[in-house]
Design a protein around this ligand. Structure first.
Ligand SMILES: *Cc1c(COP(=O)(O)O)cnc(C)c1O
Length: 371
C-alpha cells in the first residue's frame, strides 16, 4: 500500500480479507458494469430492482442462516431505517409504547436510528457496555410496563476495543423477556467465526439472532451497501415502511454482483478467513512479546494501549516514517488516559509483512522509551 508517496503496511483499514483488490471481486464488478451499466437511476420499487439485487439478498440471508434480507445503501441507512420504521409505525393503534435497550458503546448509526423514533412512542434505555447484569435488572424492573415491541440492540463487535458482545446471554435474556435481539455485525461479517459468519458463529448462536444488520463496506469488498437480515415478515414490513429503502437509490449493480462474488469466495473456501485468524493470533502474540500492552481478544482489531494522547500521536507519525500506517484514538473517542493505536490485521498480509510492521513497532517503541 502506498501512503503519501511511500510504501507502508496498512494497519488502519477494514479490508480484513483483502477482498477490496481481490482479482475475482474486481473482475465481477467490471463484468457487471459491462452487462448492466453504471447505475440504475431508480429506487428499488420503481425500476431499480435487478435480478442481482434479489440474488444478493438471498445470498446474505442464506449465508447468515436467516429467512430473508433487505439491502440499503449503507449499514448506517439500514440501522436508521430499521428502528425508525418499526417504532414509529402505529399499526392501527394510537395507544402503544415501545422500548429499546441499547449498549452504551453502540455505533452512531444505532444511536441515530433510535433518535429518529418519536419520543412519545418509545423509551430508550442505555445499559452499561456489554453488561448483562445491568441489562437484566432493567428488563426485570420493566416487567409490568406492558410495552408493545421491545428491542435489545448491540454491536456484534465494538470497533474501539475489538471486543465481542455477550450474545449467548443476550439471546437468553431476549427470550426470557420476549424482546427482539438486534445485532449490528458490521465488524464481524467475514471476520470472525470459523467460516466468517460473524459474532453469532463465533459464540455458537448462529441462526439464533432475531435481526442482523451489517455492511458490505468492510470485509466484503469494502465498497458500499448494508443490509438487514431477519424473518420474512419483518423484511416484507421493512420493504413497505423503511424510508431509506423506499426513498433512496438502488445499489449499483457492480456492487451487488461483486458482493455476491465475495460471499461465494467465503462459501467455497475458508482459507482467507483462516489466514486472517492465523495472522491475527501471530500479531497479537508477537506484539505482546515485544512488551506492548494490548486489549486481549480474538478480533483483528488490536488496540495497543499507550496512555497519553501525545504518545499515541507521536508514535503514529514515527511509525509512518518506518513504513507502517496506523491511526491513534484518544479522548473523547475513548476515555482519558486510554489513548491507543488501533491495528487492524488483514488476510492479505503474509508473515514477512507482519514481521516488517512488528520490527517497526520495536524500533519506534524503544526510541520513544515506551518499551
Ligand atoms: C462501519 C459500521 C457501520 C456503518 O457502515 P456503512 O455501511 O459504512 O454505513 C455501522 N455499524 C457498525 C457497527 C460499523 O462498524
Amino acid at each position: 500500500m502506498r501512503v503519501a508517496g511511500k510504501d507502508a503496511v496498512m494497519l488502519a483499514s477494514n479490508n480484513y480479507l483483502g477482498l477490496a483488490s481481490h482479482p475475482r471481486i474486481k473482475q465481477a464488478a467490471i463484468r457487471a458494469v459491462g452487462e448492466f451499466g453504471f447505475g440504475v437511476s431508480s429506487v428499488r420499487f420503481l425500476c431499480g430492482t435487478l435480478t442481482v439485487h434479489r440474488q444478493l439478498e438471498e445470498k446474505i440471508s442464506e449465508f447468515l442462516g436467516m429467512e430473508d434480507a433487505i439491502l440499503f445503501s449503507s449499514c448506517f441507512a439500514a440501522n436508521e431505517g430499521f428502528f425508525a420504521s418499526i417504532v414509529n409505525d402505529k399499526l392501527g393503534s394510537d395507544q402503544y409504547r415501545d422500548v429499546i435497550y441499547s449498549d452504551r458503546l453502540n455505533h452512531a448509526s444505532i444511536i441515530d436510528g433510535t433518535r429518529l423514533c418519536r419520543a412519545e412512542a418509545v423509551d430508550r434505555k442505555i445499559y452499561d457496555h456489554a453488561d448483562v447484569n445491568d441489562l437484566g435488572k432493567k428488563l426485570e424492573s420493566d416487567r409490568g410496563v406492558g410495552y408493545r415491541f421491545g428491542f435489545i440492540a448491540t454491536d456484534g463487535v465494538f470497533s474501539m476495543e475489538g471486543d465481542v458482545a455477550p450474545l449467548v446471554d443476550l439471546v437468553k435474556l431476549a427470550k426470557q423477556h420476549h424482546k427482539t435481539l438486534f445485532v449490528d455485525d458490521s465488524h464481524a461479517l467475514g471476520v470472525i467465526g470459523a467460516t466468517g459468519r460473524g459474532t453469532p458463529e463465533h459464540l455458537g448462536v448462529h441462526g439464533k439472532i432475531d435481526v442482523l444488520s451489517g455492511t458490505l463496506g468492510k470485509a466484503m469488498g469494502g465498497a458500499a451497501g448494508g443490509y438487514i437480515a431477519a424473518s420474512k415478515d419483518l423484511i416484507a414490513f421493512l420493504r413497505q415502511k423503511s424510508r431509506p429503502y423506499t426513498f433512496s437509490n438502488s445499489l449499483p449493480p457492480s456492487i451487488a454482483v461483486a458482493a455476491i462474488e465475495a460471499f461465494k469466495i467465503l462459501e467455497e473456501d475458508q482459507s482467507l478467513v483462516e489466514r486472517l485468524h492465523v495472522n491475527t493470533n501471530y500479531f497479537r502474540k508477537r506484539i505482546q512479546e515485544l512488551g506492548f500492552k494490548i486489549i486481549q481478544g480474538d478480533h483483528p482489531i488490536v488496540p495497543i494501549m499507550l496512555g497519553e494522547a501525545a504518545v499515541a500521536m507521536e508514535m503514529s507519525e514515527k511509525l509512518l516514517q518506518e513504513g507502517v500506517y496506523i491511526k491513534g484514538l484518544w479522548y473523547p473517542v475513548v476515555p482519558k488516559g486510554e489513548a491507543r493505536l488501533r491495528a487492524q490485521i488483514s488476510a492479505a498480509f503474509n508473515k514477512e509483512i507482519l514481521d516488517q510492521a512488528l520490527s517497526a513497532f520495536e524500533k519506534v517503541g524503544r526510541r520513544m522509551q515506551v518499551l
